[in-house]
Design a protein around this ligand. Structure first.
Ligand SMILES: Nc1ncnc2c1ncn2[C@@H]1O[C@H](COP(=O)(O)OP(=O)(O)OP(=O)(O)O)[C@@H](O)[C@H]1O
Ligand code: SF4
Ligand SMILES: [Mg+2]
Length: 386
């Protein structure tokens, strides 16, 4: 398969290409029907529905009021690659500020990438505009963290859920909207009679159901969920997660699920990516990441989760991370985790570790044979409950 043509963009990252990700086949078609068929064929062949390649987002740091001068950049996302397959959930975890929400916004095209590509069914959506972009955006929707602020308090639930139909009237023509909205309320477990109520008349969990109904309105294939249950009571979190799992089965949805809570991410995810300071530290199946992590950062994250069972704690090491997360405006050279890593050596300051299957595990069926961006990746018994 041929690599897609890469157009030059400002600030292309030069130090951290990810060579081991599967190659991407681009789609070329003469007519719209042909284009849709070619896109669908991409997924039918078992290719990922979404392929992210060397994605970069640098926010400029400026000085001055009248004459703004760029004095640096916040490297919020700095060369990230991953795949998302149809019907699967990819969890993304990492400390606050590591770039998770920025990834979500880039996938939604709410932020413009500084560099890199996002292929939806083989088509690079970072270069689309106008009608082509609108058509793709319909298939990628988002559920936000805070159901209190993400719903307009002056709109009825019916108007909130039906708002996407203003942009895509082909999905629900005017006369059919009320019925469609009521159907969506029913799908997310809310009474269809609530269509004329306002957000403040609902509980937090119910509001997040409204947010999910709105996300489903245009029949998307992919939903980007940015901390969808973090603002909810623990007792309500499970109900919303169960709803999301049911909807995934019912509509064959693919989720990118961003969260802090490692247990929730494990519960819902098929694969998990661990981010640190704008980069992907490790990515693999839930078992590979939770039971066989090879990156020191993942091991530290997991070891920070409290373990209630004393037997499970027996003989295992607890890793306490020291030091603050460095600023993304001035990240450490080489491996970004090196200022907090107990295994760091000279090489770690000099060479950026690539996200790759560690050499000695390549071609083996070891659970450690998954991608890890560490020069000295190896398994370690750590205390964790997730
Ligand atoms: N519009 C912006 N302008 C400048 N810097 C930004 C902007 N948006 C995000 N950042 C910075 O980019 C970095 C990543 O932010 P992001 O919100 O993606 O992190 P996050 O992993 O989602 O954090 P959290 O877990 O707290 O939600 C942070 O340092 C943040 O301050
Ligand atoms: S590359 Fe070095 S500093 Fe980075 S995680 Fe591995 S051992 Fe630690
Ligand atoms: Mg965030």
């Amino acid at each position: 398969m041929a690599e897609p043509t890469k157009l030059a963009k400002d600030d292309e990252p030069k130090d951290d290409a990810t060579p081991n990700v599967s190659e991407v086949e681009t789609v070329e078609a003469a007519s719209e029907e042909e284009a849709v068929a070619a896109l669908d064929a991409h997924v039918e062949r078992g290719e990922p529905i979404l392929q992210v390649r060397n994605l970069v987002k640098h926010f400029p740091l400026t000085q001055g009021i009248l004459f703004k001068k760029q004095i640096g950049a916040v490297k919020a996302v700095d060369g990230i690659s991953f795949d998302l397959y149809q019907g699967e959930t990819l969890g993304i975890v990492g400390e606050s500020g590591c770039g998770k929400s920025t990834v979500a916004k880039l996938l939604m095209n709410l932020e413009q990438a500084t560099a890199g590509e996002i292929f939806y069914k083989g088509q690079d959506i970072t270069r689309l505009s106008g009608r082509a972009l609108k058509a793709v955006r319909r298939n990628i929707q988002m559920v936000f963290q805070d159901p209190y602020t993400s719903l307009n308090p002056r709109m009825t639930v019916g108007d909130i859920i039906g708002e996407p139909f203003d942009i895509h009237p082909e999905v629900a023509p005017k006369g059919d909207r009320r019925r469609k909205v009521q159907e969506l309320l029913d799908v997310v477990g809310l009474n269809p009679e609530y269509v004329n109520r306002y957000p403040h008349q609902f509980s937090g969990g119910q509001r997040q159901r409204i947010g999910i109904a709105r996300g489903l309105a245009l029949n998307p294939e992919i939903i980007i969920c940015d901390e969808p249950v973090s603002a909810l009571d623990v007792s309500v979190q499970a109900q919303v997660i169960n709803l999301m799992e049911r909807l995934q089965d019912e509509f064959n949805l693919s989720y990118v699920f961003i969260a802090h809570d490692l247990s929730i991410v494990r519960h819902i995810s098929d694969r998990v990516g661990v981010m640190y300071l704008g980069k992907m530290a490790e990515i693999g199946t839930d078992t590979q990441i939770y039971d066989h992590p090879t990156h020191p950062y993942t091991q530290a994250l997991l070891s920070a989760v409290p373990v209630p069972d004393p037997d499970a704690r027996e003989g295992r090491e607890r890793i306490i991370l020291t030091g603050d997360v460095p600023s993304p405006a001035n990240p450490p050279s080489g491996c970004r985790f090196r200022t907090r890593c107990w295994k760091a050596q000279d090489k770690c300051a000099e060479e950026v570790p690539l996200l790759a299957v560690p050499e000695r595990f390549q071609g083996t069926d070891s659970p450690a044979a998954h991608e890890s961006a560490c020069h000295f990746a190896e398994e370690k018994d750590v205390v964790h409950a997730a």
